[in-house]
Ligand binder design. Sequence first.
Ligand code: FES
Length: 677
Amino acid sequence: MTQDPLVIFTPSGKRGRFPAGTPVLTAARQLGVDLDSVCGGRGICSKCQITPSYGEFPKHGVTVRDDALSEWNAVEARYDEKRGLAEGRRLGCQATLQHDVVIDVPPESQVHRQVVRKAASTRAMVMDPATKLYFIEVPEPDMDEPRGDLERLQEALAKDWGIGALDAPLPLLRKLQPTLRKGGWQVTVALHKDHRDSAHRLIDLWPGYHEGRLYGLAIDLGSTTIAAHLTDLRNGEVLASAGLMNPQIRFGEDLMSRVSYAMMNPGGDLEMTRAVREALNQLAGDLARDGGIEPEQIVEAVFVCNPVMHHLLLGIDPVELGQAPFALATSDVLTLGAADLDLTAANGAARVYILPCIAGHVGADAAAVALSEAPETSEDLALIVDVGTNAEILLGDRARVLACSSPTGPAFEGAQISSGQRAAPGAIERVEIDPVTKEPRFRVIGSDLWSDDPGFSEATATTGITGICGSGIIEAVAEMRLAGLMDASGLIGSAEQTGTRRAIPEGRTHAYLLHDGTADGGPRILVTQGDIRAIQLAKSALYAGARLLMDERGVDKVDRVVLAGAFGAHISPKHAMVLGMIPDAPLDKVTSAGNAAGTGARMALCSVEARARIEENVGRITKIETAIEPRFQEHFVNANAIPHATDPFPHLPDLPDVSFNTGGAAEGGGRRRRRRA
Ligand code: FES
């Protein structure tokens, strides 16, 4: 008796025997092989393309004959004529099994493929989105059969796609009848269902077979900046990215000042809600325009944010987050409609997913960092620091993960710095100071040249040299310490003490002149004593948070440090360590993860499985509230020195042993600061 044909799929290696004449797509489905299809095997979508291989396959123990698959049929021929099928490709829904065969499923035909993206991150995205397109043919109505169009649509979805319950919002129900008739009873529907839903939800529908694409927004809603990535829900590709200043800044620069604003001004919370929602619509509209798509094609949005931003986005008064025990209205995941957030620059039926918060001070942004960096899978003890106005800090390995959030303030983002600015063309981003001559050289965003390279003036003529961004100020302060221009307490020396005329008096203190552009009508860019203080406060808060987690874990060193955040990728590990932002570690063990919160948001946007994973992991993370930990203050004070008053930094070179505190008029470092009554 002859056996049924054997089919072996690569790269999965899945195999099975099926009766001759079985379509390849049917065999793939029965074996659980990841082979895409939008049209349900009707030869319309071409998503099911496969590549059969012929000849000897000793590894699989098969010989594949030339007639292993059925001949090209009319559907394939028509498709090839109209759109073109690449050499060697077949449509999996048309080609049928005749004899043993080895079939490769190319990456673009896999639904759950891994896609490596370079633009927004190098992270591989696993595609398993909540919203997908389905093409179906709906039986026409019949006088003898009184069921409605929606019921017949549901029946077709159940028959072709095994889809059960379906929710259809009223606006789409209104669209249903004309769409079905226009498409001659063929229709493409966008349906949404994530791991928490029991039913699919109708998001949009189009007559006939719809070629269009679906997009989602991954939004990192920070206190200072809002960053969003417009992402293709088929392949995870980032079509466009954009950022905006959070307009809530006008109500207060940091989180607590925004909570105070809400406390002191009746209706102030709603004012802030309105402001951020307007900005989100602007951002979504800009991204759709930049990406060349219609706002209606945006069918999902995923948000990550800290708890105060979370409440203000939702229109929930954040007052409880301003006082112990920092109770959240909810820490759970939220799934909403875009209309609930007044998100009008998107499809009216678009769905919103907000990652869970970890605790009252540790938000969905920290959860997103945990999703992106997966400390729970780390063999060695990793400290992950997401640097922003509020720092999210995670410490963990396979045994246990701890998290806290620390109020660093906006100094690392260039705010509260005398010449500070956002990271934009013209901003100084890299600084070196010669330890002998005390002369600086620097680079600005928009040019690869250093300021002492030939051609620098021409290269920066259009952008100018406008200020210092976050990474620039970190390098400038660290370089000042390395060059002996500033002592361990953070005090800048005078011209006599340091031997450079760049140390100039500024009131009762001194400042370091990094660049003087006044001759050409540009600004004078200084690092002032006030700037150093702002950086000291920020870095002390960051370090103290990390130390608290290390205390809890019972360790005094970590194996590796990951710097994340919008500008995390731009911070030089050496300078961060000289400053004492992070605990001592081998320099090659300090790496950058880029915008980990944004990456986590994209992962949750692209994959329902990622959502389930982070929801489960968040429950296992131990939260530490820095605000009520008595040791936080002690760690904070000790971290004020640069790099640190007591903790050793054996991986750093010896730092100049200078002291500029004459005990007199100049303001001293950190706690030694004296003020006149
Ligand atoms: Fe759509 Fe084959 S499944 S063309």
